[in-house]
Design a protein. Structure first.
Length: 171
């Protein structure tokens, strides 16, 4: 369970980092992307699971606010839960802001023609397989990297001890 939690956290952190980079990047295009490029990019983001990746943003932020107020006054828990449910519904349409900016980011890094090629790829059998299998491959890679890093860290610490002992220091 511990490793699964770490992997999940790592993948979420990667997703958040991707979102932040997408939202903060200035892009490489000289001129603003066309509306058609943005629409194509939106379709790509949707196909790649953007709703699953970024969909929890609003509910998680609402829940964080509820938790903060509930810690300050636990007696308000029931009313805060009622307000949280209302806010999740009321604020859900704001997700379009996130989706639009992510699509604009894609569209600013790729030409309309490139986006259309990408869309065709993601709609193809191998593209659909990539969409479904890539998260599993990434999770496996993260798991390996964590295990490898732990073993490597132990090796490095052992080498430090050996080298420091040569210099007269016990670690």
């Amino acid at each position: 369970m511990f490793k699964t939690g770490i992997i999940s956290s790592a993948l979420r952190a990667g997703a958040v980092a991707t979102a932040l980079l997408a939202l903060s990047g200035q892009g490489f295009a000289q001129q603003p992307p066309s509306p058609a490029a943005i629409e194509t990019a939106k379709e790509i983001v949707t196909l790649k699971g953007g709703d699953n990746m970024f969909g929890p943003l609003i509910p998680n932020i609402v829940e964080q606010g509820k938790s903060m107020f509930e810690q300050q006054n636990p007696a308000l828990g029931r009313d805060l839960s009622t307000v949280a449910a209302k806010l999740r519904v009321d604020l859900a349409p704001r997700m379009s802001e996130v989706n639009n900016e992510i699509a604009k980011s894609y569209a600013s890094h790729f030409t309309e023609s490139e986006l259309k090629e990408m869309l065709a790829f993601y709609k193809s059998p191998v593209g659909r397989k990539m969409i479904s299998e890539e998260p599993k491959a990434l999770a496996q890679a993260v798991n390996f990297a964590q295990s490898w890093a732990q073993k490597f860290s132990e090796e490095v610490l052992t080498k430090y001890r050996v080298e420091m002992k040569k210099l007269g220091h016990e670690l």
